[in-house]
Design a protein around this ligand. Structure first.
Ligand code: HEM
Length: 492
């Protein structure tokens, strides 16, 4: 299918320069002036239009994940999971679905270096026959906070200081010292994986628990994992400085060059599966986004492969205007009660209506590639030509009917209206287990990074002590080592 079929055919095929209205331009070099020097005449419409368009070339960058690169390809089912889900695109091994993937860094601006320590975004849009499924994940399996009320503040703390426009660790350590649930995510952020070598050599995770539902309505919780076939590789600080110093777009370049050379990046998709009836069997809440599901208890099951074999043709159209939304699920896949995921269902479309305009779903890269129909229309920059006379539902004059019903989770939801913290916080155990799983040199690098940021002159004694106490609760020897090097007595 031609993704540009809506593009007006006349706009790009003139053999000579024209204005936007199609008037011939006989001189695209010199402004219209009185005499050879000037003044310039306001009636030089071509000049005015050229500058006016140029003045508006940039759109607001994404409020987070502004720096990114995308590529296209396909997802292929390799293992039958039709017993778990009625999702059409997962119906049988061998089924292929076109995808576009955008990798990103989270905190810094659109033009920032790709070698900075940061979480990386890993967002996949599956153009299925039943609409788009967007798996908008990260390269870490967990997230800093579990309640969206804290999301804007956490991003403010991570982003540059509003006064200096410099990212400052004292602000990050101050904010997150109130949030021990962030500990496990910091065990990724300040670990070696905090600077992936490039986008090809990193893992991806759906992060939240999602629900898979079969035809009969039986639901399972799942977590999604992407594993790169070329392995995981990271940059140590000195390497990152070297790479970033010579090319601030090294990861975008690596992705583009690999695909252009036919060395197609590939990931395997795995799921972990949990019966919702078993969710109370754990010492953590399985829907808590700050926790991983132990792989020895809930092993990874293979599902398919993702191959990126086509570069984008235009960065603005296919990366800047690209809009992912965790709300976009398809029959057979559903959300869970995870509070953070619930809020993401609202936030993405909301920001995109601001960032791209209310008709952003008509943009070729965002529109579903299957037939679709509704009565949401018009508004700024509508470019869909509609000739129906009936724009209401129901109508005896409109043949479009409801789609066949598909199952959604039948969980009975009950509870008192309240603002709560989840009962099973368990903030320290998994962070300690992760630290203990590392080789001594990796542990040492992690400690050095912590000592370095906690040594910042603006980190107070109180904040330093809190972090040492948190890490002591995760792993006693780790807290002890930090305390000794920072000359602080650990308080538990
Ligand atoms: C992008 C909000 C949590 C992964 C964004 C954007 C917003 C946002 C406003 C910009 C979207 C755009 O302009 O197109 C939120 C909120 C969250 C949240 C309110 C919590 C309530 C998360 C989590 C993950 C995540 C937990 C990982 C699972 C991403 C990714 C992108 C993104 C990968 C970039 C998508 C792209 O490449 O265009 N988020 N986010 N976010 N978010 Fe989140």
């Amino acid at each position: 299918m031609d993704p540009y079929k809506h593009r007006p055919s006349s706009a790009f095929n003139s053999p000579f320069w024209t204005t936007s209205s199609g008037a011939p331009v006989w001189d695209n070099n010199s402004s219209l002036t009185v005499g050879t020097r000037g003044p310039v005449l306001l009636e030089d419409y071509h000049l005015v239009e050229k500058l006016a368009n140029f003045d508006r070339e940039r759109i607001p960058e994404r409020v987070v994940h502004a720096r990114g690169a995308s590529a296209k390809g396909f997802f292929e089912v390799t293992h039958d999971i039709s017993n778990l889900t009625c999702a059409d695109f997962l119906r049988a091994p061998g089924v292929q679905t076109p995808v576009i993937v955008r990798f990103s860094t989270v905190v810094h601006e659109r033009g920032s270096p790709e070698t900075l320590r940061d979480i990386r975004g890993f967002a996949v849009k599956f153009y299925t026959r039943e609409g788009n499924f967007d798996l908008v994940g990260n390269n870490t399996p967990v997230f800093f906070v579990r309640d969206a009320m804290k999301f804007p503040d956490s991003i403010h703390a991570l982003k540059p200081n509003p006064k200096t426009h410099i990212q400052e660790y004292w602000r990050i350590l101050d904010f997150f010292s109130y949030h021990p649930e962030s500990l496990l995510t910091f065990a990724f952020f300040l670990d070696d994986v905090g600077i992936p070598q490039d986008y090809r050599h990193m893992e991806g995770f759906g992060v939240h628990a999602y629900t898979l539902i079969d035809k009969a309505g039986k639901a399972h919780y799942v977590k999604f994992h992407w594993k790169p076939t070329c392995g995981v590789k990271n940059l140590l600080e000195e390497e990152a400085i070297k790479v970033g110093g010579s090319n601030h777009s090294h990861a975008t370049q690596d992705l583009y060059d690999s695909i252009a050379a036919g060395n197609y990046p590939e990931w395997r998709l795995f799921i972990q599966i949990m019966d919702p009836d078993h969710e109370d069997r754990f010492d953590f809440d399985p829907l808590d986004v700050s926790k991983i599901w132990p792989e020895d208890i809930l092993p990874l099951q293979p599902v398919g492969r993702l191959v990126l074999n086509k570069n984008i043709d235009n960065y603005f159209a296919e990366t800047e205007q690209l809009a992912f939304n965790p709300a976009f699920v398809v029959p057979g896949i559903y959300y869970t009660e995870d509070k953070l995921l619930q809020t993401r269902i609202f936030a993405y479309g909301d920001t995109q209506r601001h960032r791209l305009g209310p008709n952003y779903m008509q943009l070729p890269v965002n529109a579903p590639k299957c037939a679709h129909h509704n009565n949401h229309y018009d508004g700024f920059m509508n470019f869909m030509h509609r000739d129906e006379e009936v724009d209401y539902f129901p109508s005896r004059f409109d043949p479009v009917r409801h789609a066949a019903r598909h199952p959604i989770p039948s969980t009975v939801l009950r509870g008192k209206r309240d603002r709560c913290v989840i009962p099973k916080e368990n903030n320290f155990k998994q962070a300690g287990e992760r630290y203990r799983s590392w080789a001594p040199d990796r542990q040492e690098r992690f400690i050095c990074r912590w000592v370095d940021i906690l040594s910042d002159a603006r980190v107070t004694h109180e904040i330093r002590s809190i972090w040492i106490s948190y890490w002591s609760q995760a792993d006693k020897s780790l807290g002890q080592k930090m305390a000794t090097r920072l000359n602080v007595r650990p308080t538990m």
